[in-house]
Design a protein around this ligand. Structure first.
Ligand SMILES: Cc1cc2nc3c(=O)[nH]c(=O)nc-3n(C[C@H](O)[C@H](O)[C@H](O)COP(=O)(O)OP(=O)(O)OC[C@H]3O[C@@H](n4cnc5c(N)ncnc54)[C@H](O)[C@@H]3O)c2cc1C
Length: 402
C-alpha cells in the first residue's frame, strides 16, 4: 500500500490544478483518474479576466495564457441592436486541451495513477482509497474532485440535492461565414431577442483560427426545438435570432454540434472527516451565468493556498478542520453569487412583463451611452497623440456591420 499526504480523486480542471499546487508545495500527493489523456469533453470554453485573476493565484495563469486565444475586443448586441463594442480580455480554449495542458504542469513528484476510485473508507485520521486495479492507497486527506460523478459521493453518504433540473442547455459549435471570408469582429455576444425564444445569449469567440459559439437556452429536454436545432442549426438559429445575421452576415455551422443540459445541484451532508469536495463534486453552476469555472477555481485556490497546509501541520483530519474550508468567506461568497446569477439570468431572460421590457431597453440605452463616451474619450486621446482615425464608431452609429 502506498501512503501520501493527499489523494486527489479526479484529474479534471480542479484535480489537475490541486495536484500542481500541492505538489509544488512539497506535499506527497497521489492523483487518481482513469484517463491518461483527458477526453474531448464539453465544458467551459473560455475564461474572462476575473477567472484569469483567480487562476493566476494558483500559479497556473501563465500556462493558460500561452495556450488560449485572446479575443481582445467584443461587440455586444441587445434586443437585436448593437449595444457596445469594448476591449475584452477573454481567453478561448478547448476544455480537453486545457485540462491536458494543466496536467503537463503537474510536478513529477506527484504520483499519477490511471485507475478509477471505487471506494473511500474515511476517518478522522487516515483515509483508505481503493482503486479499480485492486490497489489501495492511503492518505491523510482525500480531495474529491470527481466532477458530476455521483457514485463516490453517495457511497460516502453525501446527498445530491437538486436546485433545478435542466436549469439550462448549452450548445457548442463552430461557425464560419458562408461567403468564406472572416467575421467582422473578434468576438460577439448577442442576447436573446425575445423572451419567447427562451435564449439567454449566444457568444462567439476565437479558439485558434476557429470561431467558436456557445448558445445558452432555457428549454425542457423534451422540447422539439432541441431536435429542430440539431437537425437544422443554421435555420433554427436564424429563426430564433433573426437579427444575428446583421452582425455575422450569412453563416454556416460546421463540425459537430454539442448539446449539454445542466442540472443545478448542491450537496448535503458533505462535512465528513478526511474528505473535502471541490468544483462540480461540491455543487454545479449554470453555464449560462458563466460562473461554474470561477466557482471551481475559487474552491481549489482557497483549499490549496492555505487550508491544506494548516490541516497537515497538526495530527488528525476531523470535521472541525474540514469545516473551515466550507466556511471560507471567499468560497461561500463565490457559491452564493454563482447561484444568484444563475437564478436571476433565467428569470430576466424569460420575463415578458412590461417592467422587464423597460429594463432591457434601459440597459441597452446605458450600454450605448457608455460606448459613446468611451469612443469619444478614445477619439480625443488619439487626436492628442496625433493619430488620424478614432478607434470606435461615434455615438448613435449603428455599430459594426458585416
Ligand atoms: C456544457 C457545459 C458548459 C459549461 N460552460 C461554462 C461556462 O461557459 N463558464 C463557466 O464558468 N463554467 C462553465 N461550465 C462549468 C465548468 O466547466 C465546470 O464547473 C468545471 O469544468 C468543473 O471542473 P471539475 O474539475 O469539477 O470537473 P471535471 O473537469 O469534470 O473533472 C472531473 C474528473 O473526475 C474524474 N473522475 C470521475 N469519477 C472518478 C472516479 N471514480 N475515480 C477517479 N476519477 C474520477 C473524471 O475522469 C474527470 O477527469 C460548463 C459546464 C458544462 C457541463
Amino acid at each position: 500500500m502506498r501512503e501520501f499526504d493527499v489523494t486527489i480523486v479526479g484529474a479534471g480542471l480542479c484535480g489537475s490544478i490541486a495536484a500542481t499546487m500541492l505538489g509544488r508545495s512539497g506535499r506527497a500527493v497521489a492523483l487518481v483518474d482513469p484517463s491518461r489523456i483527458y477526453p474531448d469533453d464539453f465544458r467551459v470554453e473560455k475564461f474572462d479576466d476575473d477567472q484569469m485573476r483567480v487562476l493566476r493565484n494558483t500559479g497556473l495563469g501563465e500556462a493558460v495564457l500561452a495556450a488560449s486565444t485572446h479575443d481582445r475586443s467584443v461587440s455586444v448586441s441587445m434586443l437585436g441592436r448593437m449595444a457596445e463594442k469594448r476591449i475584452s480580455d477573454q481567453r478561448g480554449f478547448d476544455y480537453g486541451a486545457l485540462v491536458n495542458l494543466l496536467r503537463r504542469e503537474i510536478p513529477p513528484s506527484v504520483a499519477q495513477i490511471h485507475a478509477k476510485v471505487t471506494t473511500i473508507a474515511n476517518g478522522a485520521d487516515r483515509q483508505r482509497v481503493t482503486l479499480s486495479t485492486g490497489e489501495t492507497v492511503e492518505a491523510r486527506l482525500v480531495v474529491l474532485a470527481s466532477g458530476l460523478n455521483n457514485g463516490l459521493r453517495e457511497a460516502l453518504g453525501i446527498e445530491r440535492a437538486d436546485l433545478a433540473r435542466c436549469q439550462s442547455i448549452t450548445f457548442g459549435f463552430d461557425m464560419e461565414p458562408a461567403a468564406g471570408a472572416s467575421f467582422p469582429f473578434r468576438a460577439l455576444t448577442c442576447y436573446g431577442e425575445h423572451p419567447r425564444q427562451r435564449i439567454a445569449y449566444i457568444t462567439l469567440f476565437p479558439i485558434g483560427t476557429r470561431m467558436r459559439a456557445n448558445l445558452f437556452v432555457y428549454r425542457d429536454l423534451g422540447d422539439p426545438w432541441l431536435s429542430a436545432f440539431r437537425a437544422a442549426p443554421e435555420a433554427t438559429l436564424a429563426h430564433a435570432m433573426p437579427r444575428l445575421a446583421r452582425w455575422t452576415g450569412p453563416f454556416r455551422i460546421v463540425g459537430p454540434v454539442k448539446m449539454r443540459p445542466v442540472d443545478l445541484y448542491e450537496t448535503r451532508g458533505y462535512l465528513k472527516p478526511g474528505v473535502v469536495l471541490v468544483g462540480d463534486a461540491f455543487a454545479t453552476a449554470c453555464p449560462a451565468a458563466g460562473t461554474g469555472a470561477r466557482k471551481a477555481l475559487v474552491d481549489v485556490e482557497r483549499l490549496c493556498n492555505g487550508h491544506v497546509a494548516r490541516w497537515l501541520a497538526t495530527p488528525g483530519m476531523g470535521v472541525e478542520k474540514i469545516a473551515t474550508f466550507y466556511a471560507d468567506p471567499e468560497k461561500t461568497a463565490s457559491d452564493r453569487r454563482s447561484f444568484a446569477l444563475a437564478r436571476d439570468l433565467k428569470r430576466r431572460t424569460l420575463d415578458e412583463s412590461l417592467v422587464s421590457w423597460a429594463r432591457r431597453w434601459a440597459k441597452l440605452a446605458l450600454l450605448r451611452l457608455r460606448w459613446a463616451k468611451t469612443a469619444a474619450a478614445d477619439a480625443s486621446s488619439r487626436l492628442v497623440a496625433g493619430a488620424e482615425q478614432p478607434l470606435e464608431a461615434p455615438a448613435g452609429s449603428p455599430g459594426p456591420r458585416p
